[in-house]
Design a protein around this ligand. Structure first.
Ligand code: ADP
Ligand code: ASP
Ligand code: MG
Length: 415
């Protein structure tokens, strides 16, 4: 009996398909054909998939119908079900067109995380099981967004977390590329669904992409970009429905520095919370933000007003999803420190201007404020980083602000 040794001459590719790409059985079949195409070219393929369509949103809504403050462990138990549906279906679809495939959940591939439910961080991945399946010629299908703690509790990686699963698997397997397949054909100068004139970027640096992602460009989860940068994983964002090349997220080069503003982002996922009439004395901020930190609630922008007669207001933004829990915690803290109360506002949006060229160019912030004021848009909060300026404005002006900035910074034009 002769044994056949399979020689792989192709690449090792991780492909991630988002929710809209696997929204129904027809789309799953078409994803299977696309995956099969890569396998037929001699590549070893690991596929990461999201939950079908808006499944995760529907699961979040189900939980909200039970309680406004679901237990995070139970939330993960619920959310992790979404991706498990897709992996089973995609593996079946691949098998039915003649490609051996095998699906695995996050825990099954040894994706180990910390204990922070609903936004767990990856500690390590033991790629053995995937390696073994690839070695016998199978296409491996992995559930995105989910993992397991050291003690076997199911966790999820934060919204958009399938991107992170894809990038982390690519790093662990030393894959040649991580392809992020989605409903747009790349990373644009602004959300193309808001700004029709937005331009597709051929390349974008890890730092810019990280800033854009953390400031609201949902096309990639920010943690996945952080991870890609850390391990040097080349990420290719491209369309599920079109064959054209998309955007390469990669190391920065000199030509990127020449562009001052690369993109405009908006984030509607935040809420503004204020603690009213706080006694202005040392230790108060530590108490307020310490209490939120203890609940793993990450605060973003913070503004403390000038104190009048010994009292001040402290305002800050946080993820809308954490608002109810934050209000619960803060109600207790407010009483403790003798503040007048807590007010929350969901009708806010954060608009940002991003570009690595801002490191060496002054004046972008001033320009941004001028553009917003021309449209009568009031700025509620401001923050800056080395390569971005952000403003919190009233939610209803979001589209207007993004379009006005995109236009004024002339982003539709090739630099
Ligand atoms: P998936 O389900 O594939 O993960 P997402 O909805 O998470 O897809 O991300 C794709 C969406 O990201 C696009 O439909 C688009 O509306 C949005 N988006 C926001 N900012 C940008 C940007 N700068 N470039 C491209 N897409 C963007
Ligand atoms: N299904 C999860 C979400 O909607 C993870 C993902 O799609 O990346 O956030
Ligand atoms: Mg996504």
């Amino acid at each position: 009996r002769t044994s056949v040794r399979v020689m792989f001459t192709g690449l090792l590719i991780v492909q991630k398909y988002g929710g809209s790409s696997v929204a129904d059985p027809e789309k799953i079949k078409s994803v299977a054909r696309r995956v099969a195409e890569s396998a037929a070219q001699g590549h070893r393929v690991v596929v990461v998939v999201s939950a079908m369509g808006k499944t995760t949103d529907a699961l979040v809504a189900l939980a909200a119908a039970i309680t406004p403050t679901p237990d995070p462990r139970e939330m993960d138990m619920l959310l992790a079900t979404g991706e498990q549906v897709t992996i089973g279906l995609l593996a079946m679809a691949l098998q039915s067109i003649g490609y051996p495939a095998c699906s695995f959940t996050g825990p099954q591939v040894g994706l180990i995380t910390d204990e922070v439910h609903t936004k767990a961080r990856i500690r390590r991945i033991s790629a053995e099981r995937i390696g073994a399946a690839l070695a016998v010629g199978k296409i491996v299908v992995v559930a995105g967004f989910q993992g397991m703690t050291e003690t076997g509790e199911i966790t999820t990686l934060g919204r958009g977390g399938s991107d992170l699963t894809g990038v982390a698997l690519a790093a662990a397997l030393k894959a040649d590329v991580c392809e992020i397949f989605t409903d747009v054909d790349g990373v644009y100068t602004a959300d193309p669904n808001v700004v029709p004139e937005a331009r597709k970027l051929a390349r974008v640096s890890y730092d810019e992409m990280l800033e854009m992602a953390s400031l609201g460009a949902t096309v990639l989860q920010s943690r996945s970009v952080e991870f890609a940068k850390k391990y040097g994983v080349p990420v290719h964002v491209r369309s599920t429905f079109k064959p054209d090349p998309g955007t390469l997220v990669t190391r920065e080069d000199d030509s990127m520095e020449e562009v001052v503003v690369t993109g405009i982002t908006h984030d509607r996922g935040q809420a503004k919370v204020s603690i009213l009439r706080v006694p202005d004395r040392p230790g108060i901020a530590a108490q307020v933000f310490g209490a939120l930190g203890a609940q793993s609630i990450v605060v973003d922008m913070i503004v403390q007003n000038i104190s009048r007669d010994g009292f001040t207001d402290i305002s800050f933004t946080l993820p809308r999803a954490d608002r109810a829990r934050a209000e619960q915690v803060l109600a207790i803290v407010a009483k403790d420190i003798g503040a007048a109360g807590v007010a929350a506002d969901d009708r806010v949006a954060k608009i940002s201007v991003v570009g690595v060229g801002m490191r060496s160019h002054a004046g972008v912030a001033a320009q941004m404020f001028a553009i917003l004021s021309k449209d009568g848009i009031n700025i509620q909060m401001i923050s800056t980083s080395e390569i971005a300026v952000s403003c919190v404005i009233e939610d209803k002006y979001t589209e207007l602000a993004v379009r006005a900035l995109h236009d004024a910074f002339d982003l539709a034009k090739e630099p």
